[in-house]
Design a protein around this ligand. Structure first.
Ligand SMILES: [Zn+2]
Length: 92
């Protein structure tokens, strides 16, 4: 059981320290909602800071079930803005 005041997901950004070396994908000028739930019944969806400062990774951890995922960032307009993944403990 987690305290109610804590967010359900923990988001950590791992900074690679370098800027993007390719232009943003023109089809995603407002960011990308990543869905890696693979059609699971129980999912969590969490916004991530958008856009990221530069190239790196978001390490996202669900505090209720321990699931983790990594999404890459580039510091561009086509960066991730949310992540949806399967949750072993039900919908959040
Ligand atoms: Zn979970």
């Amino acid at each position: 059981m987690i305290p109610a005041r804590l967010p359900v997901w923990r988001v950590e950004w791992l900074d690679r320290g370098v800027d993007a070396n390719t232009p943003a994908h023109p089809d995603y000028p407002n960011g990308v909602d990543h869905d890696i739930s693979n059609g699971a019944d129980n999912t969590c969806k969490m916004p991530v800071p958008y856009p990221a400062l530069r190239r790196g990774y978001y390490l996202v951890t669900c505090r209720t079930c321990g699931n983790q995922a990594v999404v890459t960032t580039a510091g561009r307009r086509d960066d991730p803005r949310s992540l949806k993944m399967a949750c072993k403990n039900g919908a959040n």
